[in-house]
Design a protein around this ligand. Structure first.
Ligand SMILES: [Zn+2]
Length: 429
């Protein structure tokens, strides 16, 4: 630990990735409030400590002390309190921006999953490492991002925070193979950047595999803010709902303003047009339960039989056909990545559920693909009826166009492992 003026004192002594011999540092018990475990000690280096650089041409590589989150697992940390360490190749840097007085910069990083993701650098992470990276971007530098957070901003975004670290071209063991991968796949990486694949929501949060899904009832029970994949059939909720509102075209902050008004957004500081944004509230049900869910933008518009412009015109004439909307919505099966938010309406402690992304499937198409031999129906019925617990069958919403057998057939159902877990819990009770 180095404090105050000693930080400046040592600024020119220490070089990144070099090794030093440190003698006679002070060792003290860590103050209670900063202690992670009992009898924890801290080394304090001040300007009387002897610091000598080890004379070696190339210091040894940093051993594998970090656990890096693969890009395909970023989604598991969206908007929760955890932070992640990751290793990637910088494929592109965007120009410096400002959020208030704070400089920011977006850089696009990629790993061998071919999924480019934006990492937003804030403050000193931009003026120091951000500028360094921009200067050497042609060489596709390798970076290690430590303690960065994952958010649902523009679907999936990484960003630095206080306490994050960005290491540029660190001599790290796991780096060599990734560097090699980048060299071998340069043309494909360039193409992904040209296509702006880092903005492609369906690539950032693709349709999950079945074992990544959780039931609605389980999702509702989880105490954490973490987002989960759920799957179910939607129902249009409340014909009095307004299907759009005016918002910043960049960050989606809502404004009481006329559409196409040019403003500097008070939230993201960008010069933007106020644009109408689609918002749809549905009820989503699976065999286990249901919840009320808000969908936005394309996630909502893909369910509606009209464009936003048509909706606005029809609303003005009081001719919006809600039956057509209901039918269009109810003929689908949705796979949604959903997060919990605290509602700010009413009593204050109500939870709201918002879809970060929605993958739509056509119910009729899926049903037509299900083998309808009596044997398969019989099997799925047996499964459904053998599910333990008295509440399961009753939890299926009565108004739903799908019955529990169909839910099972459509695999909007629990996996065998989860069923087993329920068994154990039931027996314990
Ligand atoms: Zn904005």
């Amino acid at each position: 630990m180095i404090y105050k003026s000693d930080i400046e004192f040592f600024r020119n002594h220490f070089n990144l990735y070099k090794r030093y011999m440190i003698s006679n540092a002070r060792v003290e018990y860590t103050p209670l409030e900063y202690r992670a475990h009992e009898n924890q000690c801290t080394w304090y280096i001040d300007n009387s400590t002897i610091v000598q650089a080890i004379d070696e041409a190339s210091p040894p590589e940093i051993p594998s002390v970090f656990t890096f989150t693969p890009f395909r697992r970023f989604y598991q940390h969206i908007d929760d309190t955890s932070d992640i360490d990751t290793l990637g190749i910088v494929a592109q840097v965007h120009p410096r921006n400002h959020r208030g007085p704070t400089p920011t910069r977006e850089i696009v990083i990629i790993d061998n999953s071919f999924m480019p993701v934006i990492l937003t650098l804030w403050g000193e992470h931009e003026t120091d490492e951000g500028q360094t990276i921009a200067n050497i971007i042609q060489s596709m530098p390798l970076i290690v991002a430590l303690r960065v957070k994952v958010s649902s901003y523009h679907t999936l975004n990484l960003s630095t925070k206080f306490g994050s670290s960005i290491l540029v071209n660190p001599p790290i063991q796991q780096g060599a193979s990734l560097k090699q991968w980048a060299v071998e796949n340069k043309s494909q990486i360039t193409e992904l950047i040209a296509q702006k694949a880092y903005c492609d929501r369906a690539k950032l949060l693709p349709q999950p595999s079945e074992d990544e899904l959780c039931t609605i009832t389980d999702f509702l029970k989880f105490p954490t803010k973490k987002a989960y994949w759920i799957q179910g059939t939607p129902r249009f909720l409340d014909r009095s709902q307004h299907l759009w509102y005016n918002a910043c075209s960049n960050c989606h902050k809502s404004f009481r303003a006329k559409p196409l008004w040019k403003i500097v957004c008070t939230s993201c500081n960008k010069q933007v047009n106020v644009v109408p944004r689609c918002r749809l509230t549905i009820e989503l049900a699976d065999y286990s339960g249901m919840l009320t869910l808000d969908l936005y933008d394309n996630d909502a518009e893909q369910l509606l039989p009209f464009t936003l412009l048509e909706i606005q015109e029809l609303e003005d004439k009081h001719q919006l056909n809600y039956i057509a909307i209901e039918q269009a919505i109810e003929n689908t099966i949705l796979t949604c990545f959903v997060k919990k938010m605290m509602g700010n309406r009413g009593s204050g402690d109500t939870e709201k559920y918002t879809a970060i992304i929605v993958h739509k499937a056509n119910a009729a198409e899926i049903i037509s693909k299900i083998p309808t031999t009596p044997a398969s129906i019989a099997t799925s019925s047996t499964c459904a009826s053998s599910t333990p617990g008295p509440s399961t069958a009753e939890a299926v919403p009565k108004h739903s166009t799908f019955d529990s057998e169909l839910f099972t057939a459509l695999k909007i159902t629990e996996s065998p492992t989860k069923r087993q877990r329920t068994d154990v819990t039931d027996m314990e009770q």
